[in-house]
Design a protein. Structure first.
Lengths: 346, 346
DNA sequence: CTGAAAGCGCTTACAG
DNA sequence: CTGAAAGCGCTTACAG
């Protein structure tokens, strides 16, 4: 490449100062229209590339927002991320993505990187075991944080997530209304707020309809399709096998359905199955999956808005916002042959 | 937050110069051991945060590598990305992720951002319609590029991808060996090298076994699960319906299988179905999916290595490296009830 | 409306 | 082994 083109290259070429060029390129009204156009034209002609490092060093604003979640490949996060991406794109922020895979060291190293780059903010779904100190450290160093999907008690940081307790309650009420009196619950861990709340929703709803859950109904752990598939073996080993399975997530449920089918058990017809999240695949799965729409895009949009508001100078209100979820009844629970409707069956 | 801690804060506190502090923190052998330890200790105590913008402005090395693909949520890219991430992590490079969704403007804006940030390199799966100029522009401005998954003829840029033509040939040979004489091909577009090569593989393999493909066997377009599902309607409308379907990707095949099942047609038993990519889900799907393992992690690892080699000063060799794929036979094609093995059936 | 000058926080020759 | 000084390419008061 030729000699690097910078502000002074343009300034010299036009007999102007770098100050004027800088202002013109950022559309300052201080610069005369003719001057501005001449400058922009010259910048284009010379192939000028704005040096954000230099600008950011001077202004201490980088235009970078970090986003860190467990795993971007998980469609649950995917839908949140799309919403965040749209919002940040519109505000011309660069969005730096990272998976932490629930590894605290990886999350910490990402936060360090953001601090070093002078990032403007962080949208985080905290890794298991994240301490409140971690977040205060970031905040104290000028990196505002907004949480998504998982909240962190006592952190004083705003969080946006679905009302998991209420949502799982909807599922269990629905299964009970179909006549099920033994409802297993597969997946998730009590190390996350999501895991705790969904499990609490299951327990509480069972209590409401007068069912006492047996310990063996609870199969903890699975959080993806593959481990859902594997969990079927444990489910089939339960004495007096439950007639319904509520799953921690759609991914787990889809794995469970594969696993049941593999064992010759028809999900929907032989065992009712439900998921959680209403990912795109739920509606076309075989059978179509009863689940809970979790407001992922609302979570993403509102979290991005909240962070951008803080960047604009507003203080954090530190509230945990629970998005109200919605039950989607499909044939994996009702056993109806077709996708539509929810005709009860025993 | 208190006054910002910088090199000079540490230098002043210890009665040293910033030069010494800078060298010590980067473990230069020029600094005496005692001095170095005292400096590191002080840095820790003061909560010093390295300012990468300043450093990078000075050195014109940013430690940032951009990675841009169609969609990180697609598990096909996911596996490549994991490999790239591992590799870059080990080399302490920050990895900036972006989806272009085959939108040229979005891709261009990402490349601009990288140039502005002074990124060290770019790993790209080029959006549909990417021109050779786009890449030369990046290269000329000091941003080395390595391509993954899709190559770009005449760009002179190194690319790593599976041998799609050969791989799709394996699939068709396999289906033909099972006795199928009418094999539809669903999904993909000839706007990408991947799409063109897989389709060519299908055409050529059919020719090898003496089958002339009918135009209606080719259903172009679908590239994800949902559009695969939707394509089944078109498939069912084909007169003299084919007995086998080769799909562009696993995602398409999984959608097709959902769609067939929804119409009461048993994939594997009534129609043979194959995918491509061997994503994690393929082995547990119902029925388990015959597919082609595509070497995603090898693609990712080798692309990252190639880019890092260029950053270390090696010139680009501009070669397109084709990773040899491997056929995985499962019951979606053979119709066998269980996952294992590949017993031929008519 | 435009220009001269300082400074953001590092690193790098160079000198000692 | 350590220090003084210049400079990376911007932006921002300040002056005119």
């Amino acid at each position: 490449m030729a000699q690097k083109v910078k502000l002074s290259t343009i300034a010299d070429a036009l007999g102007l100062s770098t100050a004027t060029v800088s202002l013109a390129l950022r559309d300052s009204p201080l610069v005369a229209d003719v001057t501005r156009e001449a400058i922009k034209e010259k910048a284009r002609a010379l192939g000028y590339i704005y040096n954000r490092r230099a600008a950011s060093l001077r202004t201490s604003r980088s235009g970078i927002v970090g986003v860190c979640v467990h795993d971007v490949m998980n469609p649950f996060y995917g839908e949140i991320l799309k919403a965040i991406e749209d919002e940040l794109d519109r505000r011309r922020q660069t969005f730096l993505l990272c998976n932490h895979y629930d590894d605290l060291a990886k999350q910490r190293s990402f936060v360090d990187t953001l601090l070093q780059l002078g990032a403007d903010g962080l949208i985080l779904s905290p890794a298991l075991g994240t301490s409140v100190d971690e977040l205060s450290m970031a905040e104290e160093n000028g990196l505002p944080v907004t949480l998504i999907a998982r909240s962190l008690e006592g952190s004083g940081v705003s969080a946006f997530r679905g009302d998991d307790r209420y949502g799982m309650g909807l599922v269990v009420d629905h299964l009970a209304s179909l006549g099920h009196r033994s409802i297993a619950y597969i997946g998730g861990t009590d190390a996350t707020s999501t895991g705790r709340d969904r499990e609490a929703g299951w327990v509480e709803a069972l209590a409401r309809v007068g069912i006492r859950p047996r310990p063996e109904w609870r199969i903890e752990g699975p959080r993806d399709r593959h481990s859902g598939f594997d969990a079927v073996r444990r489910f089939l080993a339960i004495p007096e096998r439950p007639t319904a399975i509520a799953c921690f997530s759609d991914l787990v449920a889809l794995g469970v359905m594969y696993g049941l089918a593999r064992s010759g058990i028809r999900p929907g017809a032989d065992v009712a199955v439900s998921g959680y999240d209403d990912i795109d695949e739920a509606a076309i799965a075989m059978p179509p999956l009863t689940t809970v729409a979790n407001g992922q895009s609302e979570v993403g949009r509102r979290a991005a808005d909240a962070l951008l508001a803080r960047l604009a100078g507003q203080p954090s209100d530190g509230r945990v916002v629970l998005i109200r979820p919605e039950l989607k009844i499909r044939s994996s629970s009702t056993g109806a042959a077709s996708a539509a409707g929810g005709r009860p069956s025993p």
